[in-house]
Design a binder for this molecule. Structure first.
Ligand code: ADP
Length: 162
């Protein structure tokens, strides 16, 4: 049984993330989408909210679940019998950072490999930061975030605007 761990900040989960989740769910026995607090970023949504958004979005996939962790990913991976890290690559700009992380994780836990999936063509441009930016202007988010969380994202953006 191979578990794919898909880590990120998911602030919030986007259709780009969902595209990677859907494809990983076909490739691996189980997918755990793991929300990691990102010390460098000030989030729009709490860790609990982000996990809840993902849980609602992936409810349709029987082999996918959401979790969160504030320990080193290479340590977290030891919770599973066999695991790989899954990452989405949008453009060359993602590559350097992701490649560095993959090497570091493998250095800390040499059982742990990282598998890269290319971003879905339609979602190459999509990032959580872009979603937050356009949400602040009250724009229609249907092309960017899963329908299960549309209202929550729009509501929070409005609260921050008012
Ligand atoms: P973001 O960069 O949108 O803030 P995260 O930090 O939550 O996203 O990223 C988690 C993972 O998802 C990373 O591997 C990132 O490269 C990947 N990812 C983010 N957006 C997309 C997308 N639109 N298509 C494919 N992969 C993506």
């Amino acid at each position: 049984m191979i578990t794919a761990i898909y880590p990120g900040s998911f602030d919030p989960v986007t259709l780009g993330h969902l595209n990677i989740i859907r494809r990983a769910a076909k490739l691996f026995d189980q997918v755990v989408v793991c929300v990691m607090p990102n010390a460098g970023k000030r989030p729009m949504f709490s860790l609990t909210e982000r996990v809840d958004f993902i849980s609602r979005t992936v409810a349709r996939f029987p082999n996918v679940r959401a979790d969160s962790s504030d320990i080193l990913l290479a340590e977290y991976a030891k919770n599973f019998e066999k695991s790989v890290i899954v990452k989405g690559l949008r453009a060359v700009s993602d590559f350097e950072n992701e490649f560095q992380m993959a090497l570091i994780n493998n250095k800390i836990n040499e059982q742990l490999d990282t598998v890269f999936l290319s971003a879905g063509e339609r979602y190459m441009f999509l990032s959580s930061s872009a979603v937050k930016e356009i949400a602040r202007y009250g724009a229609d988010l249907r092309a960017f975030v899963p329908c299960e969380i549309l209202d929550d994202v729009a509501r929070r953006a409005k609260e921050l605007r008012d």
